[in-house]
Design a protein around this ligand. Sequence first.
Ligand code: AFP
Length: 343
Amino acid sequence: MSNASWSPPDASSVGSTLETFILEGMFQRPAATGAFTSLLNQIALAAKIITTRVRRAGLADVLGYTGDENVQGERVQKLDVIANDTLIASLRRRGHCAGLATEELVDPVFFANATGGYLVVADPLDGSSNIDVNISIGTIFGILRYERSAGPPTPQSFLRAGRELAAAGYVIYGSSTVLVLTTGKGVHGFTWDPSAGEFFLSHENIRCPEKGNSYSINEGNSAYYTEGVKRWNAWLKQPDKADGRPYSHRYVGSLVADAHRTLMKGGIFAYPADKKSPRGKLRLLYEASPMAFIFEAAGGKATTGRERVLDVVPEELHQRVPLVIGSLKDVEAYERIVGEIDD
Ligand code: AFP
């Protein structure tokens, strides 16, 4: 069926590129040196290279496992290594990034020649187990300021609560490649145009709807749920027309994909602590904190079930944490129902 109100976009109009958008933001702050803009551009460059590799994965002998295990004890995919190496190579340039900690590295890498005051945390390729079956995967990152007068950074320099992030974002390699970015005020999405070789602003000022109608959790773990999570899970499925229940269930198993849908359409994503993973499964530094930062900046909410995710101070680099993110009202309902039972 044709849509009579649609007309083709003006072929002469050129949208704002990611670089222009960042630069314009910088010019509004006269004291800015350009280092932050340049660092974001290096992350965008890594995203461009990774998306190209992901798109050609079936043709370039980069699918499958390397035979190694990462620090989490998970089997490493070849694309995990490529994404990790790409981030290191990109951030090493220009000297703005003093150190990088990722899910794939036992210890952070430090860039000895760097003069800039930023540290980056990242999950270079989130959702690896979905790579071979063409399901959306992504890159998650967070940027921390580092005071150079404190001396060279150490692994402890990364152990900071998410509320201290200067910026966070993710790239989703899905039906299109979209980079979502925030510096804490306003969340913006940029879509990769392969013909122009640029990310263009496509989703300005993303707001997470106040309430949604879908929930996202690994239901296969339900035997391990705490009593509180079981009660919440059952509540979501109880019909209540006025409240929009039952909610639909959506679960991809790539955090970036589940979070992106939740951010855009509303609803809730939960990977709670359970009897199998008493501290949760997702990593605080590389997954939970950046996502929590993005959701809060978009008007949503992020909790461990007991406290605000952005207030959790990491004790170790690869620490795991329960993560519940989504629409404000949906996360509040989770806290209320799960909080009724002390388990
Ligand atoms: P992989 O990178 O090993 O695929 O893990 C993905 C992930 O860290 C996160 O992206 C998902 O939300 C979560 O794990 C899925 O975990 P389950 O397979 O236990 O549901």
